[in-house]
Design a protein around this ligand. Structure first.
Ligand code: SF4
Length: 320
């Protein structure tokens, strides 16, 4: 993936949906697609040497991050805080979801044997205390890459004493044995996103189903291990208020301990368009609703993503 992000800043700014700090209120019902954002989606660009340091460490170890591959709008903020979400098993995914900008390939290269040690070393160099590891969906591999992820978790622990681990997993096409492999690795948090409401799932996600996601989460919740169950969804894709609440209810039934809710932003011209911008006040209301269902932590806001401020969220859970 090279250094494109930092060598072409004007592009990067547009690509990452980061607009100048020039707020102008707009009618959220009219603002759709790239380029026209309401005031709450404008923010200052972070500065500091950590930004390039983070990028340098990741580049040296040739480690893709979902932050870059999926064009996350929080990239500059997170990198400047010396945090990132590792994208394991390569940077090409065997699925082509309507919301996701990660490259599609039916037959990506095989997993790299030295990825666990490269990743663990960069965790040490970044001095991460809480690590989020996500993965591309590898439908071409018999176990979906579960054993490889388990090996990464073990190596990260081996090289980084006391580190806590959050895995943001695929659904392994419903392969329960593969999910069990990850459970055996005992991450502190098992995260698997439901992404959207039931009615929009076939359009938003590729191959993944709403019920299969609930089943993966339920398998983890029933494992009797000390693992927190986390899931998240994007809003603004055309779902109704009632559907968002129903999804939260379904996640509460699992039960999920943590839910994240964030604004969907179109990452590229060929991806699904934004149907609605949800205001900060509405996000607050969703968070209140989620907590009323008994979900311990509901992190909701325009820029919330499943790994946004993951360490702080995990620390908060320790006191609940
Ligand atoms: S929110 Fe997550 S994916 Fe986005 S930049 Fe931060 S760590 Fe990366």
């Amino acid at each position: 993936m090279g250094n494109t992000l930092f060598n072409h800043k004007p592009h990067a700014k547009r690509r990452l949906n980061i607009l100048p700090d020039n707020p102008e209120d707009e009618d959220p019902t009219k603002a759709v697609g790239l380029g026209r954002f309401p005031s709450w989606l404008h923010r200052k660009l972070p500065r500091g040497k950590n930004l390039s340091k983070t990028h340098e460490i990741l580049s040296t170890h040739r480690l893709p991050t979902v932050c870059e591959e999926a064009k996350c709008p929080n990239l500059l903020e997170c990198y400047s805080k010396k945090t990132a979400t590792f994208l394991a098993l390569g940077s090409s995914c065997t699925r082509a979801c309507g919301f996701c900008e990660i490259n599609f390939s039916k037959f990506p290269p095989p997993p790299q044997n030295n990825e666990p040690s490269r990743l663990a070393t960069s965790v040490r160099e970044l001095d991460l205390k809480h690590v989020v590891i996500t993965m591309v969906a590898r439908d071409d591999l018999e176990d979906g890459g579960a054993f490889h992820i388990k090996t990464i978790i073990e190596e990260v622990r081996r090289q980084n004493e006391g580190v806590t681990i959050e895995v943001l997993s695929s659904d392994f096409s419903g392969n329960k044995k593969a999910v069990e492999t990850l459970i055996e690795a005992s991450p502190e948090i098992f995260n698997h996103n439901i992404e959207t409401v039931r009615s929009l799932t076939p359009r938003v996600r590729h191959k993944a189903t709403y019920d299969r996601t609930l089943s993966v989460l339920t398998q983890v919740a029933s494992s009797k291990r000390d693992i927190l169950v986390k899931s998240g969804l994007m809003v603004g894709l055309g779902e109704s208020d009632a559907e968002i609440k129903q999804t939260m209810q379904d996640l509460a039934q699992v039960p999920c301990n943590i839910i994240t809710l964030g604004q969907y932003l179109q990452p590229g011209p060929h991806k699904l368009r934004v149907k609605r911008f949800v205001s900060p006040k509405e996000f607050e209301n969703y968070a209140t609703f989620g907590r009323s269902l008994g979900i311990k932590e509901v992190y909701a806001g325009p820029f919330v993503r499943s790994s946004y401020n993951a360490k702080e969220l995990f620390e908060k859970m320790a006191f609940k």
